[in-house]
Design a binder for this molecule. Structure first.
Ligand code: HSE
Length: 397
């Protein structure tokens, strides 16, 4: 019998307990041993809960119990998750987490700490919720140089963009609706400003380059300034606006960016709507691959966490190879990436042509809207300086 402790009895933590309970038979067969939750750490009491007797409030009980082989962290945030993770590994316990904030900041430290002790630190659920992406990158795509990873990595914003497209509503109304339905959090900043997607693309980029990408180095633009008017233009152009987190190999560096994009129907990410996530991967041998599914939510995320627990049980005396060192990966300037840009401006068509040369004008009312030729970010910035009335610019792909 493998004894585990779950830190946090919120959405994901209770999901982990539920998955282990509901799929006990198959999980036991696949792990080779039964997995039992001995403790659940939470500040709250859960009177009447079937696991009420396993609730503890003091982490030390878990850390000092030699029976606990795996600590599962589902609290979220950097602290105390980081301290608990370190202490668990230092006490000789394996560690699994769904926490992208923890892994984006402390991933290499925790991985090294675990590997020095022949332990495992796994985090499949930290990116893409229930979608397998960390393990495929780490195990299945080891023969490839990954040239691009682009994804819809945030379910909340994808739901909001889909609703704005389908209902024609304004951002604020859709945000309220998403909060009422429980998709968006009371404080939606991390989702709508792109910080959540930024941490996730930092983790994926670190894994494909084997070094540490600092999420603070990634230019990040959210969706909070996307309006119903922008969406109308997108629809008229046969496109959809979506928050895309991408990473491209440029020479021996990577270049990462989080921003809203106007996606053409030919984009593999164009049809990914609602709360779904998808990750597009281009390998130099593989070519294109897509990973699609439930990127958030209780049971999908818990399913990925429990899969990590099963993997740990199968590798309890050996560290699963994970190449992610603390060496910093300097990112290339994302302005080297070339795109067409969709621009709305208060400037006249004549001023636009003086600044940009020949462009494709788009039907508009009371403003000028146009699409530039393909150009890099340096050129776009230089030419935009000639347009003092720019209202909005959105990259296209
Ligand atoms: N807030 C995140 C999302 C949860 O909306 O995708 C999953 O990381």
């Amino acid at each position: 019998m493998i004894k585990i402790a779950v830190l946090g009895y919120g959405t994901i933590g209770s999901g982990v307990v539920e998955v282990l309970e509901k799929n006990r038979g198959i999980i036991t067969r696949r792990a080779g041993e039964e997995i039992s939750v001995k403790y659940i750490l939470d500040l709250r009491e859960f009177p009447g809960d079937p696991y009420e007797d396993r609730i503890v409030h003091d982490y030390e009980i878990i850390r000092s119990d030699p029976e606990i082989m795996i600590v599962v962290e589902a609290m979220g945030g950097e602290e105390p998750a980081h301290t608990f993770a370190r202490n668990a590994i230092l006490a000789g316990k394996h560690f699994a987490t769904s926490n992208k904030a923890l892994i984006a900041k402390y991933g290499p430290e925790l991985i090294a700490l675990a590997q020095e002790r022949s332990l495992n630190c796994l985090f499949e659920a930290s990116v893409g919720g229930g979608i397998p992406i960390i393990r495929p990158l780490n195990s299945c795509l080891t023969a490839d140089v990954i040239e691009e990873i682009s994804g819809i990595l945030n379910g909340t914003t994808n739901y909001m963009m889909t609703e704005m497209t389908e209902e024609g509503s304004e951002f604020v109304e859709v945000l309220k609706d998403a909060q009422a339905k429980g998709f968006a959090e009371a404080d939606p900043t991390a989702d709508i400003e792109g910080y959540d997607a930024c941490r996730k693309i930092a983790i994926l980029t670190s894994l494909i380059c084997g070094k540490t990408v600092d999420y603070e180095d990634i230019p990040t633009e959210g969706i909070s300034n996307i309006t119903a008017t922008d969406i109308k233009y997108a629809t008229a152009l046969g496109r959809k606006i979506k928050l895309i987190a991408s990473s491209f190999k440029v020479g021996d560096k990577y270049c990462a960016l989080v921003a809203p994009f106007l996606l053409a129907p030919s984009s593999p990410l164009h049809g990914v709507d609602g709360v779904f996530n998808a990750i597009f991967v281009k390998g130099n041998m593989l070519g294109d691959a897509m990973f699609y599914g439930s990127g958030a939510g209780k049971l999908p995320t818990a399913s990925a966490v429990v899969a990590d627990v099963v993997d740990i049980v199968r590798h309890k005396n050996v560290s699963i190879t994970l190449q992610w060192t603390a060496e910093k990966m300097e990112l290339a300037d994302c302005r080297c990436l070339k795109y067409q840009y969709f621009v709305r401006t208060a400037d006249s068509a004549k001023t636009v042509e003086e600044a940009f040369g020949p462009v494709t004008f788009v039907s508009s009312e009371g403003e000028t809207a146009f699409i530039t030729p393909v150009m890099d970010g340096y050129e776009f910035e230089a030419r935009s300086a000639g347009l003092p009335g720019i209202i909005k610019s959105i990259r296209m792909r």
